[in-house]
Design a protein around this ligand. Structure first.
Ligand code: FES
Length: 85
């Protein structure tokens, strides 16, 4: 684990993704990172509108893009899998 690069997780904080529920996603992300002591493995960042509002909320992990994330609980699974890769 040591020496591994941090997983870069970016969540779109644009107004459309916000209206589609990214605040819940963000809370769930922060909770997951905290509860699992992953703050040294996960870099959580917000970014501006990606111009893909119709399919939001958007999140990227590394170079993988996820859209239409409507279930905050699913986020934990996505991160968990990404950390295992
Ligand atoms: S607000 Fe997220 S893609 Fe536009």
């Amino acid at each position: 684990m040591a020496g591994k690069e941090k997983l870069r997780v970016e969540l779109c904080m644009g107004s459309s993704c916000f209206a589609r529920g990214n605040a819940g996603i963000l809370m769930s992300l922060e909770e997951f990172v905290e509860q699992n002591g992953l703050s040294d493995r996960v870099d959580l960042e917000g970014h501006l509108c990606l111009g893909k509002c119709n399919s939001g909320p958007h999140m990227t992990i590394g170079d993988k893009e996820y859209s239409g994330i409507s279930d905050p609980d699913a986020v934990a699974d996505i991160i968990r899998k990404a950390l295992e890769e």
